[in-house]
Structure formats: structure tokens, C-alpha cells
Design a protein around this ligand. Structure first.
Ligand code: CAA
Length: 293
């Protein structure tokens, strides 16, 4: 029997988590949002409100709909707030041990029929599912950034994911107004398997001195009609996330063509993680982004 999803728990209120909470609330789902601190959830709610207000200003959303959507998102200090969720989506950092601990803790309070999903951009769904008490009710629901804008969601079945779970996830994604691409459970799935080696190659192009930051981004924006240059996009995704995806590809497929560029490693070691830390391939601390190389 198909599972009906009404209430959605979102674990992690970073750029993916708040984006998912935003689109789910707009689509009429009740949302519970949690993070490691109440302050982070508070700031995520302010960001969501800012995006909703922009939609109102543009005339694509009414003021009543903005208020109603925001009222549907309830912050939770502990996982106890997730007890009556029909679906829980984890959007924590791309660290397997962190995700495993979250699944262990949240499954303890969830109702038995609740579906558990990860928004991981690269980690094996089958392996994450095995860390839960319900591998048949576990699925990968991978959103793209910025969630309110991007049309695609990847759905990834683990080896044990049952048809009811897959169908419920597909229906949920459809209600958000997004298209589904079904991916097999292989490292980095479809989008990142193709996108991240391109970004990594752009970083090698910089590292080897073929072009500077501006030239590389201009080349791909104007020469290939990409909406953002690859280095600008890397900063947008987060350089730590880019590195962890390349590491998953490198280790998971054991092919040297996926080796992370040493310059990417250096930026991450410096804590220059892109927009979220105000510095990456560009410095965002001034009025305009300035290339850092
Ligand atoms: N949240 C909500 N809405 C946003 C937003 C955000 N963070 N950023 C932009 N928008 C909205 C704007 O409000 C605007 O809406 P309208 O069309 O209603 O006016 C629209 O997006 C376009 O924004 P802008 O005019 O400000 O800027 P733009 O035209 O330069 O577009 C962009 C911005 C949509 C981000 C565009 O540059 C783009 O598509 N970039 C590529 C993004 C991409 O490749 N994402 C995938 C990353 S990979 C991934 O996510 C997977 C992973 O696991 C790493």
C-alpha cells in the first residue's frame, strides 16, 4: 500500500535543508526543521522568509501564502519533534559517521512506517540504509542547489528499498513540482558523477596555470553557456562538499581520473570553503566577488 506523506522532517538547516523546508512548506506539507543548534534553525527560518518575501515582491506568491508556508515550518530542538513525521530527510554534512549517528538516533523515535531519506550527494544509499532499522524504507532523495529554483531531484534506491517507499518518494517529489531522474546507487549518482569531474578539471586548469579564475569562468559561461562558471559554481556548492564528492568517486570507483586536485585540497585545508565562509576561488567579503588567484 502506498504511504501518504503529510508531515516531513528535515534534519540540517544549511543551504539544502532550508531549501527543502521552503519548497515542502510551499507545497502544503507540515515541516519540522532541526539542526545542531537552535540558532542555526532560527537563521535558516530568516533565510527562508527572505526568499519567500522575494517571491511576494515579484508577484509569484501572495502574502497569505508566504505567511501560511512559514507557519508550516516548526523548529525542533531534539529528534522527539520528528515522532509523527511520515518522511524524514537528512541533509547533514557529507560525513558518513555523522549521517550514521543521525540515522541511529532519529530512527529510535520515528513511527515504524516512517520513510527515511538522505539528501547525500554521493554516499552509498545501500550502506546508509544498513545503518538504520528500516533499510526497506530508506531512499536517496537528492535535491539540487538552489532547491527552490532547480527543477530536478534524483531518486536513488538502495538494494533493499521497497516499491512503496520508492512510489511515495516519487509522489512527494512530484508534489513539490520537481522532475525525477532515477539513478542507480553508484558513487555520486548521475548529476555529480558528471558535474564534479568537470569542476575538478577546472581547478586543475587553474592549478596548472592554463588560465586564471576569471578566464576559466568566462570561458565556460560564454563559451559553453553555463549559467555559472565552474569555479563560481564550486564556491556555490561548497569546496568541502566538492572535495568529499571527488573523494567518494576516487575511492568508490578506484580510478585515478577522479583524483581531487591538490589545489582544491589546499583551499579546503585553509578553511576557504566558498560562499559559506566568504572565501574560496573568489573573496566575497567586499561589494563584488574578487578572484583569489
Ligand atoms: N534560493 C531561492 N531562490 C533563488 C536562489 C536561492 N538561493 N538563488 C536564486 N534564486 C532565484 C531568484 O529569486 C530568481 O527567481 P525568479 O526567476 O523568480 O526571478 C532566479 O532564482 C534567478 O536568480 P537571479 O536572477 O538572481 O540569478 P541568475 O539568473 O544568475 O540565476 C542561479 C541564479 C539559478 C543560481 C543560476 O546561476 C544557476 O542555475 N546556476 C547553476 C546552479 C547549479 O548548477 N546547481 C546545481 C549544483 S550541483 C548540486 O546542487 C548537486 C550537489 O549535490 C552538489
Amino acid at each position: 500500500m502506498a504511504v501518504t506523506i503529510r508531515k516531513v522532517g528535515v534534519i540540517g538547516s544549511g543551504q539544502m535543508g532550508h531549501g527543502i523546508a521552503h519548497v515542502a512548506a510551499l507545497a502544503g506539507f507540515d515541516v519540522v526543521l532541526s539542526d545542531v543548534s537552535a540558532d542555526r534553525v532560527k537563521s535558516a527560518l530568516a533565510t527562508i522568509n527572505g526568499h519567500l518575501q522575494r517571491q511576494v515582491a515579484k508577484g509569484t506568491l501572495t502574502e497569505e501564502a508566504r505567511k501560511a508556508a512559514l507557519a508550516r515550518i516548526v523548529p525542533a530542538d531534539t529528534f522527539d519533534g520528528f515522532a509523527d513525521c511520515d518522511l524524514v530527510i537528512e541533509t547533514a554534512v557529507e560525513k558518513e559517521e555523522v549521517k550514521r549517528k543521525i540515522f541511529h538516533d532519529v530512527c529510535a523515535v520515528l513511527k515504524p512506517e516512517a520513510i527515511v531519506a538522505s539528501d547525500t550527494s554521493s554516499i552509498s544509499i545501500t550502506r546508509l540504509a544498513a545503518a538504520t532499522d528500516r533499510p526497506e524504507k530508506f531512499i536517496g532523495i537528492h535535491f539540487m542547489n538552489p532547491v527552490p529554483v532547480m527543477e530536478l531531484v534524483e531518486l536513488i534506491r538502495g538494494i533493499a528499498t521497497n516499491d512503496e517507499t520508492f512510489d511515495a518518494a516519487r509522489t512527494f517529489v512530484g508534489k513539490l513540482g520537481k522532475q525525477v531522474a532515477v539513478s542507480e546507487d553508484f558513487p555520486a549518482f548521475i548529476v555529480n558523477r558528471i558535474l564534479l569531474p568537470m569542476i575538478n578539471e577546472a581547478i586543475y586548469t587553474l592549478y596548472e596555470g592554463v588560465g586564471n579564475v576569471e578566464a576559466i569562468d568566462a570561458a565556460m559561461k560564454l563559451g559553453a553557456h553555463h549559467p555559472m562558471g565552474p569555479l563560481e559554481l564550486a564556491d556555490f556548492i561548497g569546496l568541502d562538499t566538492c572535495l568529499s564528492i571527488m573523494q567518494v568517486l576516487h575511492e568508490g570507483l578506484a580510478d585515478s581520473k577522479y583524483r581531487p586536485c591538490p589545489l582544491l585540497v589546499k583551499y579546503v585545508e585553509a578553511g576557504w570553503l566558498g560562499r559559506k565562509t566568504q572565501r574560496g576561488f573568489y573573496d566575497y567579503r567586499g561589494d563584488k566577488p574578487v578572484p583569489t588567484r
